[in-house]
Ligand binder design. Structure first.
Ligand SMILES: [Zn+2]
Length: 120
């Protein structure tokens, strides 16, 4: 992270307008040669499956690699340094799994309640 790429990370794009104005800045930085669109870095193992990445950008000043994920319906996207993006996506996956488990517990509780009602 440096002044030539971005000083702030974006965990989510709050609105589509936020995303569009961000893309304009990104494109301007690309045109100025400050950021280069690069191939998916070899350092990303298949275990670090970064889903929904639209592009990897490398800063010509600090060499930081950024991952861009565009918002899509409920998905809010992100623009993060690679290492943070990997951790960010893993955190989201864990949260989703927890929500799934929470839902199952709720269903099980409802079924137990019904059973208890029927046996009473
Ligand atoms: Zn930089």
């Amino acid at each position: 992270m440096c002044k030539d790429c971005f000083l702030k990370r974006i965990d989510t794009f709050a609105t589509w307008q936020d995303f569009e104005s961000f893309i304009q800045i990104l494109e301007a930085k690309q045109e100025a040669g400050q950021l280069l669109l690069i191939e998916k870095p070899a350092s990303i193992a298949s275990s670090h499956n970064l889903t929904a990445v639209d592009g990897y950008y490398q800063c010509s000043s600090c060499n930081e690699i950024w991952a861009l994920s565009s918002p899509d319906n409920a998905w809010r996207g992100y623009f993060l340094p690679l290492e943070i993006a990997i951790a960010h996506v893993q955190r989201i996956k864990i949260t989703d799994r927890m929500k799934g488990i929470g839902g199952l517990i709720l269903i099980a509780a409802a079924l137990l309640f019904l059973l208890w009602k029927m046996l009473k």
